[in-house]
Design a protein around this ligand. Structure first.
Ligand code: 6GP
Length: 837
């Protein structure tokens, strides 16, 4: 059989370990070396899975050399370095990215061919590292790629969750969540650093020393152990680190005495508590225990990272006296939203209690070191921690936070008396007697030197609304850094066909790390030669996507139909419900048409994918509705040639890499003002997919860049939204008949008798349910449908459509995360390139 063949092929390959192998034959040897001597599998098997691990380990050999060299180089040069602190990284798979960034893709493909494998078959074996939920986590991963590619001394810090984002299973009742065991076998990309360990304290009390200084003692201590993931840059030798912390109990906390007495559980109590810390990404916070665990995770990340940063700062002084005031000229810390806010009181504590600095000095250093990025204006996502829980878990930090709050109030009273009336909203503590809380975003704004939003509109809204009064206090603290995506993963590697065409027409592959060069495609947008190549690349990607959909859903879709995609977390503000209502209306109209009329329509395949947070019931109902509509539409022979509706299960980074290249239209249809930026919109545009969307988040800037004629715009603008909500409340809203008809069709039972009423009622202004169409689906529906009609018309003129698609790619240069990170480096972090010679 095949398996023995492969072992036989393997036997013929000479075994010579060479971590720096460059030639295919040497690489094949090195893969064989790992198959035999990296003791994870039997050498008598060489199935795709074993071949993947052996291949990944041989790639890792190459990474480790560069990674060590990079570390030594930074150590010697001692430049200012950035530390990106994030509770989430959505890394996805690493093999394609690693061989691509190391520029050994062809050599590996050849080596694997010698071993009887195709590189694509091997890369499919890898599990996604999904240590994040959605946009915020994927942004962090794109940033890591750009920081390395720009040869910046910049690291990521995060947590090594045992179980990342859940796997989404579609059953009769809708979404089910299953733990995703990404570490089941092991991860070839992480390097355990048992030499990098820091103690992390929880609970306990504050002791006052005779000299008045304070010290946090007692409680329980758990160790943070570092796991490093090398992050290679593209066209540079620089290989940075993503350092993920794992929690581990100390041996001395294992109670041998109790264990020998048969009390196994209590003997290992601290061990099992340590295990809980990194067990899962975002433990449910419905219970008090869940909230406490999430807070522990946050503190664990902050304390371990800051201890590590301070240790490195001291090491790199090379014996010179410590000048603490120079700390901010060596260290920049970026907080990815408020999740790592505890870095602020932790840095204060370390500087004062451990290093003996006074408040003013410690505060100045903390302020000059830390910057904060806001990723959402949704009120429910603005973190607030119970003061009682904080006093219990982190008593010393609460003292420090109280002092920050007190000093802030005094500062406002003495320098901005006109803001006196706003103090209770602006201060860090909310002392509401019902539930006193710490407002993390306020702590960030008060403490950080810079605060930024993630798209121009979002940053403007932050300044005009959420943080408007702070702007009066610190007019220069607020910036914009429009998000970006890495062109390596999101075009070069996921869409090699289109990449080849771009390189051919631009006569250079420099665009991969200078994305602005894409603008030179504009001059060829009318060329029928380019258009033909462009269309055939798109068709090939659509065919690959159709194969994938068939494989995971059993639904066959026609690559000649318009591929219309919406993929993102399921949330009411993102309005997947509007999309599916549109699909329902389209279906109803198709049913009413004569066969001749139907033939004149534009055939469409609507694909929706995304995960709903486990306890977000309305989001789960949306998932259920989409799959129910699909079940009816896709088996209706009358309309089947003209419409399919597919729910793509278990959406993740790897699935996105198949969907995006095959897309022609994508939906970014949030209620204006609610999507801070969006980043999949950038990925679609870059891959020549047209956008139907509202003037929200980065859509605004994408439309500016690619031209308004190439963007299907609809809907209310952000500044109209408050007035429209009010009108809706007052019953002044007149629903469009199409909106009523679509809802009525669902209510009639056309898609089964599951109870959709909570969803449909949420769309009514006077329902008493939900929030009276808070997301304005009813208001935007008619203009959405009109825009969809324009899409159908435009798709009939294929030449024009392809031209728009080319212009879309050509206009996407701005959305490279290289541009974003370059701006962070220059305008917030003040760090420079530190390129390995
Ligand atoms: C998301 C925003 O919703 C999205 O619009 C943005 O593109 C992304 O961040 C990256 O900036 N926010 C989150 O995922 C989140 O958890 C707290 O915000």
């Amino acid at each position: 059989g095949r398996a023995t063949d492969r072992v036989q092929i393997l036997e013929k390959i000479p075994l010579v370990a060479n971590p720096q192998a460059k030639e295919p034959a040497e690489i094949a040897s090195n893969i064989k070396y790992h198959a035999h001597y990296s003791p994870h599998f039997s050498p008598y098997k060489f199935e795709p899975e074993q071949a993947f691990y052996a291949t990944a380990e041989s790639v890792r050999d190459q990474l480790i050399k560069q990674w060590n060299d990079t570390y030594s180089h930074y150590h010697k040069v001692n430049p200012k370095q950035t530390y990106y602190l994030s509770m989430e990284y959505l890394q996805g798979r690493a093999l394609t990215n690693s061989v691509g960034n190391l520029d050994v893709q062809d050599a590996y493909a050849n080596a694997l061919k010698q071993l009887g494998y195709a590189l694509e078959e091997i890369t499919e074996q890898e599990k996604d590292a999904a240590l994040g939920n959605g946009g915020l986590g994927r942004l962090a991963s794109c940033f890591l790629d750009s920081m390395a590619t720009l040869s910046l001394p910049a690291w990521g810090y995060g947590l090594r969750y045992r179980y990342g984002l859940f796997k989404q299973l579609m059953t009769k009742t809708g979404q089910e969540e299953i733990a995703e065991d990404w570490l089941e076998k092991f991860s070839p990309w992480e390097i355990p650093r048992h030499d990098v360990v820091f103690p992390i304290r929880f609970f306990g009390q504050v002791e006052v020393n005779p000299n008045g200084s304070r010290k946090w003692v007692g409680g329980e201590v758990i160790q943070a152990v570092a796991y490093d993931v090398p992050i290679p840059g593209y066209k540079t030798k620089n290989t940075n680190s993503l350092r993920l912390w794992e929690a581990k109990a100390r041996a001395e906390d294992f109670n041998l005495f109790e264990f020998n007495d048969g009390k196994y559980e209590s003997a290992a109590l601290i061990h099992s508590r340590a295990q809980q810390i990194c067990a899962v990404l975002y433990p449910g916070d419905a219970t008090e225990d869940g909230k406490l665990l999430r807070l522990k995770q946050q503190y664990f990340l902050c304390s371990a990272s800051l201890q590590d940063i301070i240790t490195r700062f001291k090491e790199r002084l090379g014996g010179k006296d410590i000048q603490w005031l120079e700390f901010p000229s060596k260290v920049a810390v970026q907080l990815n939203d408020t999740h790592p806010t505890l870095s602020i009181p932790e840095l204060m504590r370390l500087l004062m209690d451990d290093e003996g600095l006074g408040w003013d000095e410690a505060w100045d250093i903390t302020n000059r070191t830390i910057a904060y990025t806001n990723h959402t204006v949704l009120p429910e996502a603005l973190e607030k921690w119970s003061q009682a829980v904080m006093w219990k878990l982190l008593p010393r930090h609460m003292e420090i936070i109280e002092e920050v709050d007190k000093r802030f109030i005094i500062m406002i009273q003495s320098t901005k008396p006109e803001l006196e009336g706003k103090i209770s909203d602006l201060r860090v503590l909310d002392n509401n007697p019902q539930k006193p809380v710490v407002r993390m975003a306020n702590l960030c704004v008060v403490s950080a030197h810079t605060v930024n939003g993630v798209a121009q509109l979002h940053s403007d809204i932050l300044k005009a609304e959420l943080f408007s009064d702070y702007v009066k206090v610190w007019p220069t603290k607020f910036q914009n850094k429009t998000n970006g995506i890495t062109p390596r993963r999101w075009l070069r590697f996921c869409n090699p066909e289109l990449s080849r065409i771009i390189t051919k027409w631009l006569k250079t592959d420099q665009w991969v790390n200078d994305l602005d060069l894409l603008v030179n495609l504009r001059q060829f947008a009318d060329s029928s030669e380019l258009q033909a190549e462009w269309e055939s690349a798109k068709l090939a990607s659509k065919q690959r996507l159709a194969n994938y959909v068939l494989q995971v859903t059993g639904v066959s879709i026609d690559p000649k139909s318009l591929f219309d995609i919406q993929i993102k977390r399921i949330h009411e503000y993102k309005r997947q419900l509007m999309n599916i209502l549109g699909a329902v209306y389209r279906y109803k109209k198709l049913k009413e048409m004569s066969p001749e009329e139907r033939k004149k329509t534009t055939p469409r395949t609507i694909m929706i994918g995304g995960k709903a947070f486990a306890t977000y019931t309305n989001a789960k109902r949306i998932v259920k509705l989409v799959s129910d509509v699909g079940a009816v539409v896709n088996t209706d022979p009358e309309v089947n040639d003209f419409l399919k509706v597919v729910f793509v299960p278990n959406y993740n980074v790897s699935v996105a890499e198949v969907l995006i290249p095959g897309s022609e239209l994508s939906q970014h249809i949030s209620t204006a003002g609610m999507e801070a930026s969006g980043t999949s919109n950038m990925k679609f545009a870059l891959n020549g997919c047209l956008i139907i969307g509202t003037l929200d988040g980065a859509n605004v800037e994408i439309r500016e860049e690619i031209g308004q004629d190439n963007f299907f715009l609809f809907g209310a603008t952000a500044d109209e939204v408050p007035r429209l909500r009010k009108e809706r409340e007052q019953g002044l809203f007149k629903p469009d008949p199409r909106f009523e008809e679509a809802k009525q069709f669902i209510k009639s039972g056309a898609f089964g008798n599951y109870d959709y009423s909570p969803l449909l009622d949420s769309l009514e202004g006077n329902s008493g349910f939900g929030r009276g169409d808070y997301f304005l689906v009813g208001y935007d529906f008619p203009s959405y449908m009109d825009a969809q009609a324009r899409v159908d018309e435009a798709y009939k003129d294929r030449k024009k459509w392809t031209k728009m698609s080319i212009l879309s790619t050509a206009g996407s240069g701005k959305f490279s995360s290289d541009r974003t990170i370059g701006q962070y480096a220059k305008e917030i972090w003040k760090i420079n390139e530190c390129r390995l010679p």
